[in-house]
Design a protein. Sequence first.
Length: 155
Amino acid sequence: MTIEQALRDERLGNLPLSDPACVKPGTSLRETLRLMRQESAGCVLVCDGERLVGIFTERDVLDKLIGRGVSESEPVDRFMTRDPACLGPSASLGEAVRLMTEGGYRHIPLLDDRGRRAGLIAARDIVNYVAEHFPAEVVNLPPRLDQVFKTAEGA
């Protein structure tokens, strides 16, 4: 299988994705940030039961919190991204890459057919998949994207 075939044919629901960190609406920033640190998570999903209401990411911390005098007792709802772009488990790896590239996202929630939380795909998951399934291609990549080697050993 080629990388192109994998991007087209591999379904997100078949990938070994970890369960996303989740908080309820109204959870304090303090508790949300503690969970992100504890789980080494780049984001948390904000869910009302199984229903996704938003996503709170490291970028939200940088763009909306740092240097703004925001109290850690504030609810995460005030700073999360509401109704984030989502995909389903039947979406292809290529669809995830396209959505991440076009939207500038690093994390995309997965929702099942009934709109319930079904997982999370992160850019890191995609990199890990490519490195695991196409190690020769990854090892032979030049250090810079504009750099081309004449032989694989020239790296």
